[in-house]
Design a protein around this ligand. Structure first.
Ligand code: SAM
Length: 346
């Protein structure tokens, strides 16, 4: 999965072809228009105000791809939130040069190039005491997974090997660390039950939760709390391959030409955050979370435009992103009574 998505020359995401959006292989919540950026801007502004309008607030995005969400966020901040506009500084974490170039073009064209800094990874982000608003959209689902399947009374790892010149599945034993995690998530021991574990998640969570001294972290993605992700009916796991807006039959076919993704275990992210002193404000779906953020806009006297309503419905309607996509909200160092506008059940 790592090679298929991130090989420097042939990787699906980094080869230079458009992957997200109408002309790419799949739509993300960023694709339908600027409303997601506008709603995140409202949450960033609320954070800025609750902290007493500090002189600097860092907006950090990882996995910005085309840079459209960052552009939409900054445009809304410039237009709708003047106090935050003087404080906001955008930081994009981007290891891949072609994607960084794409993001530079997007942000320069919108006039935000001077406000933006790029870093290869979390280690390269300067340590700074200023508060942060960290957000990502469909980042974690693209971190590589390992696959395990219950077979004849034992868990087995499903590895990828070569056979007859093509990629094939090969069963192998399970290392003790993965075995402990599978037990931890109480995956049902039913013949054929398949689970994914994402080995990079713990390090990623450790990096961002330690680098950010205070602020909010919003993880937007599809997935479930662990009890739902590993529910007995979800027998086949969640690994999917996508190409040209269609589910592809075989994840091992056409490496580098199709997206590979698996659902996010939000309970794991919540627990990792808690270990590093981050409070969880809960998990909500887009329908509820984004409607909460949009409520003051919808209560204004001026009617929203048709394109705005279409974009908003695309984000919140149950047949589009409304139920599949979730927002995990985590915070650190914030006033005890603070309840962010977007929040879920604790
Ligand atoms: C599914 S796309 C989502 C893109 C965009 N956020 C959106 O919602 O349209 C996943 C993106 O995450 C990026 N990504 C994966 N791992 C990353 C990492 N460690 N650091 C930065 N970006 C990463 C990929 O290169 C890809 O651009």
């Amino acid at each position: 999965m790592e090679e298929a998505l991130y090989h420097p020359e042939h990787g699906f995401y980094v080869s230079g072809s458009a992957r997200t959006g109408q002309s790419g292989d799949f739509l993300t919540p960023v694709s339908p228009g600027p409303v997601l950026g506008q709603l995140l801007a409202r949450q960033a502004d609320e954070l800025h105000r609750i902290l007493g309008c500090p002189k600097k607030l860092r907006l950090i995005e990882q996995g910005a791809d085309t840079g459209w969400l960052a552009r939409d966020l900054l445009a809304s901040i410039a237009h709708d939130h003047p106090a935050l506009a003087t404080a906001a500084e955008l930081h994009l974490l981007e290891p891949h040069p072609k994607l960084e170039q794409k993001q530079r073009e997007t942000l320069l064209a919108a006039g935000f190039g001077h406000q933006t800094r790029w870093h290869k990874n979390w280690e390269a982000v300067p340590t700074d005491a200023s508060p942060c608003f960290f957000y990502s959209c469909e980042l974690v689902d693209s971190f590589p997974v390992q696959i395990f399947r219950y077979r004849r009374g034992n868990w087995r790892e499903m590895r990828v090997g070569l056979g007859d010149g093509r990629l094939i599945w090969q069963e192998d034993g399970v290392d003790p660390e993965s075995s402990a995690k599978i037990r931890r998530w109480a995956a049902p021991e039913v013949e054929g039950f398949t689970v994914e574990l994402r080995p990079g998640t713990a390090r990623w969570a450790e990096l961002w939760t330690q680098k950010i001294p205070l602020g909010l972290g919003l993880t937007l993605d599809y997935g479930f709390p662990a009890r739902e992700l590993f529910a007995p009916h979800r027998t086949g796991g969640t690994l999917r391959a996508l190409r040209h807006h269609q589910l592809a039959a075989d994840p091992l076919e056409k490496p580098g030409e199709q997206d590979l993704t698996a659902h996010v275990n939000f309970t794991e992210l919540e627990e990792l955050g808690a270990l590093a002193g981050w409070t969880s404000y809960g998990l909500t779906d887009f329908a509820r979370g984004l409607t909460a953020l949009a409520t003051p806009l919808l209560q204004k006297e001026s009617q929203p435009t048709k394109p705005w309503v279409r974009n908003f419905l695309h984000l919140t309607h149950p047949s589009f992103f409304g139920q599949t996509h979730k927002i995990l909200v985590q915070g650190k160092g914030l006033p005890v009574a603070f309840q962010p506008a977007v929040r879920g059940e604790r």
